[in-house]
Design a protein around this ligand. Structure first.
Ligand code: FES
Ligand code: FES
Length: 155
């Protein structure tokens, strides 16, 4: 799902300015990102095609912007994206806490880097914390998805 503006819960500061973060606002609409820690990467979304952390983005900053969340990855209801399918095949998630942000980040990364090697994927994941998987299945899923996307592009 993509939407133009995500802003539903307004948090005023002492001078009445709206300082709601995109993370806190959108968490009321979507289940995919409900944290606000400013360092784990789990809240990563795409704002006008650029990866961004929702918890570091004020809701007022994205007025009129196109915001894509993990709910927007599936090409159609009931169908997973190539990257999501690869995550499932490689068991690249356990508790799932980090997964929405990693999926959004890798989806964006793979569009700009269709032939990444393992080092590039690992470097890209450096801003994401996963406490469960040890990253190996995540990296394997990303490389597998990249290979499948290249086949699709050349089909
Ligand atoms: S919730 Fe935004 S970086 Fe952790
Ligand atoms: S799957 Fe649990 S934190 Fe990554």
């Amino acid at each position: 799902m993509c939407c133009s503006i995500l802003s539903c819960r307004h948090v005023p500061d002492s001078e009445g300015e709206d300082v709601s973060s995109l993370g806190s606002s959108s968490a009321e609409y979507f289940g995919g990102m409900a944290q606000e820690c400013v360092r784990c990467g789990a809240c990563t979304v795409e704002i006008d095609g650029v990866s961004a952390r929702a918890c570091l983005t004020l809701a007022v900053q994205i007025e009129g912007a196109q915001v894509r969340t993990v709910e927007g990855l599936a090409p159609e209801p009931g169908k997973l994206s190539v990257l999501q399918e690869a995550f499932r095949r490689h068991h690249a998630l356990q508790c799932g806490f980090c997964t929405p942000g990693i999926l959004m980040s890798l989806d964006n990364f793979l569009r700009g880097h269709p032939q990444p090697d393992e080092a590039a994927v690992r470097e890209h994941l450096a801003g994401h914390l996963c406490r469960c998987t040890g990253y190996v299945p995540i990296v394997n899923a990303a490389l597998d998805a990249a290979a499948k996307l290249r086949q699709t592009d050349h089909a």
